[in-house]
Design a binder for this molecule. Structure first.
Ligand SMILES: Nc1ncnc2c1ncn2[C@@H]1O[C@H](COP(=O)(O)OP(=O)(O)OP(=O)(O)O)[C@@H](O)[C@H]1O
Ligand SMILES: [Mg+2]
Length: 451
């Protein structure tokens, strides 16, 4: 039994009988309230809900069955025991069928009353426990802006929720458009630092020469063009959170400074000798495989371990196909609202095409497509390119020249053409060549076509 006394509402129209039961229960440490009719019982239930109702069957014009019906409709989890007159076993059967937890036929022994109460109390506790478990286990469909209930997303939510309360450094990985930034923001929103600054910096978008002052700040005159003192992003994020997006692109020199900050909590502005102590929670993200970057000497191994305290991997959309429908609905609503346009339903064929598509640009690509569809209302356009997959060149139709040919020149040329055709969009270019994003990037880097 719980620490609090069980609260029982006794409903009995016979005054002597009612006070006898009440006294008996009170003496056994139950908390008791009394009602002499169904009407009064309902009034009391509206004021405060007990754990259990013990009601007589016969109650003036109405009966305990009427009360039972009311209770089951309004308070599904309330215990209910009914007392039936001698020889009216059919009443007991009716009551049990209508959802009573137990019945006692009159006259009953004190002991039977207590036993019935204990039995019901126990099953109530079990019911509550199961309900709590069920609600804990019920799948979460969203987490601060992140839509999706696939098992791989549940794992992300659990991790985000777990580490949000701490200051642990988090490294978010995943392909482009999988929601890395959204996850970083969710982490921040759920953290105790939510009312402090959230400063996002895209390490891939700052020119190398400015990276240092952008991140760590600079004293006046520290470099040509530094006409006044500059506060860096880390300093601006003091007490709050910094989001280092595309952290793999950070130049090696700044990696060293960042490492120092992560180890010692201090920075110094460019051109400054003294140190500034900061309290900043770091969240980093990258679409690259940092282990490969480390192996190839582009990323400091010690920094990788410092950042990778808690890794969170955002799953690609093709691995959570069950979420596509939910995301489509989400974006129809969002973009519809944004442009003040009525959301339109999609035909089954369109839906099927959208569900079957592998989404190389992940959620961002889906969002963009739905946005265009909301604006243009053209379902054909929405699915037009989705069904186009790269054609397989018939190897037999191509004869290798006797003299051979420069394979690598050919490959490089294909890469360049694909990049040109898609205005530098790597995801699309990769798709046109039938390559995974990683395989494509590997080749771009091999031919030094990344700039
Ligand atoms: N689970 C999701 N639920 C709802 N919207 C999402 C989800 N994931 C991503 N988005 C949306 O898709 C777009 C891309 O997400 P985001 O910028 O977080 O991805 P990213 O992984 O940081 O991509 P990139 O590597 O290209 O920077 C955003 O508009 C974001 O709101
Ligand atoms: Mg991003």
């Amino acid at each position: 039994m719980s620490q609090q006394p069980l609260h029982i509402l006794v409903v009995e129209d016979e005054p002597d009988q009612r006070s006898l039961i009440s006294q008996m229960l009170t003496a056994n440490n139950y908390l008791v309230s009394e009602a002499d009719s169904v009407e009064q019982a309902i009034l009391l239930l509206k004021e405060s809900v007990p754990d259990l109702v013990f009601s007589d069957w016969k109650l003036g014009q109405l009966s305990g069955m009427d009360l039972l019906t009311y209770v089951r409709r309004e308070h599904a989890d309330l215990g209910f025991i009914i007392a039936t007159a001698y020889g009216t076993i059919t009443h007991a059967v009716d009551a049990m069928q209508a959802g009573a937890d137990d019945y006692l036929s009159k006259p009953y022994q004190r002991q039977s009353l207590f036993m019935a109460i204990e039995k019901v109390a126990k099953s109530l506790k079990l019911k509550q426990h199961n309900k709590r478990l069920a609600s804990e286990l019920s799948q979460q469909q969203e987490l601060v802006g992140l839509v999706g209930k696939a098992p791989c997303m549940q794992k992300v939510y659990t991790r985000v929720q777990r580490v949000s309360a701490t200051d642990a450094t988090v490294l978010i990985g995943g392909e482009s458009g999988t929601g890395k930034e959204l996850a970083a923001r969710a982490l921040y929103q759920l953290s105790p630092r939510r009312n402090k600054p959230f400063i996002a910096i895209n390490c891939g978008a700052i020119p190398e020469s400015l990276a240092e002052s952008e991140l760590f700040g600079a004293e006046k005159g520290a470099f040509t063009g530094a006409t006044s003192q500059k506060i860096g992003k880390l300093e601006a994020a003091n007490e709050g959170t910094i989001f280092l997006d595309e952290v793999a692109e950070l130049p090696l020199l700044q990696q060293t400074k960042l490492l120092r900050f992560l180890q010692e909590g201090v920075i110094s502005r460019l051109g400054q000798n003294s140190e500034i102590k900061l309290n900043v929670r770091v969240i980093a993200a990258t679409h690259r495989d940092l282990k490969v970057e480390v192996e190839e000497g582009r990323f400091r191994e010690d920094l990788f371990y410092r950042l990778n305290v808690v890794p969170i991997e955002m799953p690609p959309l093709r691995e959570r196909q069950e979420d596509i429908g939910r995301l489509i609905e989400h974006f129809l609503k969002i973009h519809g609202g944004q442009y003040g346009l009525e959301a339109v339903n999609l035909s089954t064929t369109t839906m099927k095409a959208l569900l079957d598509y592998p989404w190389p640009g992940n959620v961002r690509e889906l969002s963009n497509r739905i946005e265009r569809f909301v604006l243009l209302g053209d379902e054909d356009e929405l699915v037009a390119e989705l069904t186009q997959s790269p054609s397989v060149i018939d190897a037999k139709a191509f004869t290798l020249p006797e003299t051979g040919f420069e394979w690598e020149e050919f490959e490089k040329d294909c890469l360049q053409q694909a990049m040109q055709r898609h205005d530098g969009n790597r995801t699309r270019a990769a798709k046109q060549l039938g390559l995974s994003y990683k395989a494509f990037l590997y080749r771009l880097e091999k031919y030094q076509l990344t700039d």
